[in-house]
Design a protein around this ligand. Structure first.
Ligand code: AVJ
Length: 327
């Protein structure tokens, strides 16, 4: 049975982190909530729907780039690697790479347990030769491999422009964790959304069908359900704007009028027009991102662009002789 080839490792930490983060974020002005909390069961479904939208070019463009260049990626990295995917709960894009890359082991890391279990099982059926070590963890806090991971060149895969959720310094910090994980001679294959026309960017985050608006507002529905809160969902509206100066899409929830919300017996007041900042999605030119990754110790190995330069996929490597300052 292929199921013998799957191992599950639970490395999850605290349980009331969601409450702590929401209370903290809403106590500040401007108020904010970390975007990782979008992804409850409903939020994950809505995100899947977003990836199918005509305006949301990111997913389909990245899949096209990976499909067209899977063999070339494999030629760079070589076969027999250990493929690690932080946030790889759906194991979706990795399918494209597996036939060419032939890694011995795939290590998806995700907080969404059920999602990860099901997709790891599906993947194991489709690729019976592949060893899968699925890790339940919040990779934004913890990025380490289980002791039982076999030897081999490490390749981290971080698709989807998820790196855009960090601000640039945070992105360097996270890439440094990845650099540490893959070590000298290791690789990073990462999808990064490119700077482009403001109208194209804003449409991608404010679609005509209103799915992104639902995705944003679902955060309040989740808070009501899980944290004993009383947000009036109809009193908030979705907003998505490209901040050209900072090179990022900002998503906010805008208060339609003055209101008071109670969460876990604590009251929070919001005035009309006040916002809760729910997500940043940074966009980078190819040069900007290569410079950013170099701050984390990565060297550019290859770069692929999608049709109309809508999206980029970078392959980085940690130089063999790379010695870290201070170690
Ligand atoms: C999953 C963070 C890459 O920023 O494009 C999509 C999330 N938010 N529409 C992105 C998202 C609104 C997405 N990432």
């Amino acid at each position: 049975m292929s199921v013998n080839k799957i191992q599950f490792h639970d490395m999850q930490s605290s349980s009331n982190e969601f409450l702590v983060d929401v209370m903290q974020g809403l106590s500040q002005r401007p108020a904010s909530i970390p975007p990782k909390y979008f992804y409850d069961a409903k939020g994950s479904k809505l995100f899947d729907a977003i990836t199918q939208l005509p305006e949301y070019y990111l997913t389909r463009t990245e899949i096209d780039i990976l499909s067209a260049n899977a063999d070339e990626i494999a030629r760079h990295v070589g076969t027999g690697s250990i493929l690690v995917e932080p946030g790889g709960g759906s194991c979706a894009k990795v399918h494209i790479l597996l036939d060419g890359l032939k890694p011995t082991t795939y290590v998806p890391m995700d907080i969404s347990k059920d999602h990860l279990r099901l997709s790891a099982q599906e993947l194991s059926v489709a690729f019976p030769w592949l060893e899968i070590h699925a890790i339940y963890t919040d990779f934004t806090r913890e990025l380490r491999l289980p002791q039982s991971t076999p030897q081999g060149t490490l390749l981290a895969f971080f698709p989807g422009s998820s790196i855009g959720n960090f601000d640039p310094d945070g992105a360097v910090g996270f890439l440094t964790l990845i650099e540490d994980l893959v070590g000298s001679g290791g690789y990073l294959l990462i999808g990064v959304d490119l700077k482009k026309d403001k109208a194209i960017l804003e449409a991608a985050y404010d679609d005509a069908a209103g799915i992104t608006a639902q995705f944003n507002l679902n955060l309040l529905i989740r808070i009501n359900r899980e944290l004993d809160a009383n947000f009036d969902i109809t009193a908030w509206k979705h907003s998505s704007l490209y901040n050209e100066q900072l090179g990022r899409i900002e998503m906010h929830l805008v208060s339609k009028h003055n209101q008071v919300v109670t969460i876990n017996n604590t009251s929070f007041s919001f005035t009309e027009g006040e916002t809760i900042h729910t997500e940043n999605s940074y966009k980078y030119s190819t040069d900007e991102f290569i410079t950013l990754a170099s701050r984390a110790g990565f060297q550019s190995d290859a770069l692929w662009l999608g049709a109309d330069k809508l999206f980029s996929v970078h392959l980085f490597r940690v130089p063999q002789n790379h010695v870290k300052v201070g170690s």
